[in-house]
Design a protein around this ligand. Sequence first.
Ligand code: GLN
Length: 485
Amino acid sequence: MSRSLILKTHKALVSKKVSCLELVNWYLSEIKKSDLNAFITVTEESAIESAKKVDDKIRNGEKIGILEGIPMSLKDNFSTKGIRTTCASKMLENYYPVYDSTVYDVLKKAGCILLGKANLDEFAMGSSNETSYFGPVKNPHDKTRVAGGSSGGACASVASGLATFSIGSDTGGSIRQPASFCGIVGFKPTYGAISRYGLIPLASSLDCVGPLTISVEDASILFDLLSFYDPKDERCSPIKRKPTLNCLENEIKGLKIGVPTNCFYGSDEETYNAVENAVKFYEKLGASVSFFEFPELDLSMPIYCVLGRAETASNMSRFDGIRYGYKYDGPYKDIDDLMTRTRSIAFGEEVKRRILVGSYVLSAGHKALYKKSLNLRNMVIDSFNKRFTEFDVLMMPASPTTAFGFNYAEGDPLKMQLADICVVPANIAGLPAISVPCGYDSNNLPIGLQILGKQWSDDLIFNVANVYEKENFCAKIIGGVQYEV
Ligand code: GLN
């Protein structure tokens, strides 16, 4: 049986087992019943209207595309014309963009139906969805734990059957870490593969867009649709893309896998065992596996903290209370006072902290820190390139632990940041990386296997992940819409 929820849903629609309106209404009623806080805005009216149009087409015997009528959610940092786009911040609580992000535009044209905008950490800054102005997201596998972040709502919506798939952003792991916590597939492509036009930026040299799905095949279908040159994103690459869907079943005999041992420091035993078992599975299929020490990897987090914060501070400067977004409406002395009052009220703690650190890094007296981090980043990229002459892919956990409880890092923001230790290196080097479910711990919490490759080996990553998933499929939809075709 196909693991692709997109294909299953498509078949149910074309065989008239379910009408698109019925399907959308099921999802909307499940969203209403859910207490996970996965959505910030639900787009009920437009979803119903679009569903009726798809049904008209089917009734008239017209052929529908594979994504036509498929209900989706979208992380609430993608601009959607006329639909509130908050970035989970008071700053944008009442912001209605006047244009669509490229990603949403393409999905809409392919016929996907938007159910709503998914919760996230404020401006995508966080690893637990607890920095959201709209409150945290609960993990569908255990509601006393976080869904991960920053794409927590997007991942929870897919894992709990409130959307067929979602789209997230990944600057320092925000697709892969919550995907691993929620037991679904999360793919961060090569930097520059998918347009970020209309994605509200966090750190522009790191930001990537990618799919969140139940299966590798679904992620590949979405990647092939969304990965193309878009001149509206100046860092979107004009390089010719290889389709990934037709590579999923390729044999992986002879594949060279490297496992960096330092990735396991601080990881819990059950995570270690699950990843080790996954690696053994590949060995059985004829891959060669080498464990090795990769010390340069450890530089990624400090580099991320310097360059990421600097870029964030620069990107956040657009929110000044003058052009758009929240504006302080009491009396103020001058423009500086207006900006200070606006930002003091409308930004949360984590956003303020990152603006402060970033401004410090960018200030005239500290150029050396910024320059050194840039140099170190090149060093990390070089060492990855060297490793990829020995190995085809690297494997490691997506997160050192399974989903943690609420307030896990209260008063210690660094502890929270360290939860991203395994995911940040791929952002520093612009590499494609996937998190695919590889089992559950003794608390029944999902564990994610992370697979990384060299730039533009996205097709290989999908292939390697799919070969594993085929024999070890363990994503579960907890509640929500359940239907068999
Ligand atoms: N958790 C990371 C952070 O807080 C990831 C951010 C992201 O990828 N958007 O920086």
